[in-house]
Write a protein that binds this ligand. Sequence first.
Ligand code: SF4
Ligand code: SF4
Length: 128
Amino acid sequence: MIELVSASRCVECGICVKVCPTNVFDEGPDRIPVIARQDDCQTCYVCEVYCPADALYVSPYGDVPGGADEEKLAESGVLGSWRALIGWGPGRTKLAKIDTTPFIDRVLPGQPPLAPGEAAFILASDPE
Ligand code: SF4
Ligand code: SF4
């Protein structure tokens, strides 16, 4: 669940307001987004990965609003860490490029098409 908009990091681009699929944010009077409908958050992380300033924190606990200590989050390196891990942002390698999951390899451009029934086999053999 979305827990934090860092006013000190926010560059007032408005991207999070636009990309949130459930309209959680309102633009504040100073153009810094306000979490206006926290209960509508789906914990999808879309806002966090789009934020160019690592100013948002989405807690992995979807239905346990607990507040967030910005200083502690910043010190621990959590702010922006998911965005970095999946390779969003300048100079980063997209996670899809280094993912070794066979199914992902096959659906990337330039890979041979799946044979009939192969996708079902791959999914059925997934240990997860
Ligand atoms: S995590 Fe998803 S649903 Fe929640 S505020 Fe961000 S974009 Fe909206
Ligand atoms: S995406 Fe980040 S920088 Fe842009 S308005 Fe939202 S919180 Fe601020």
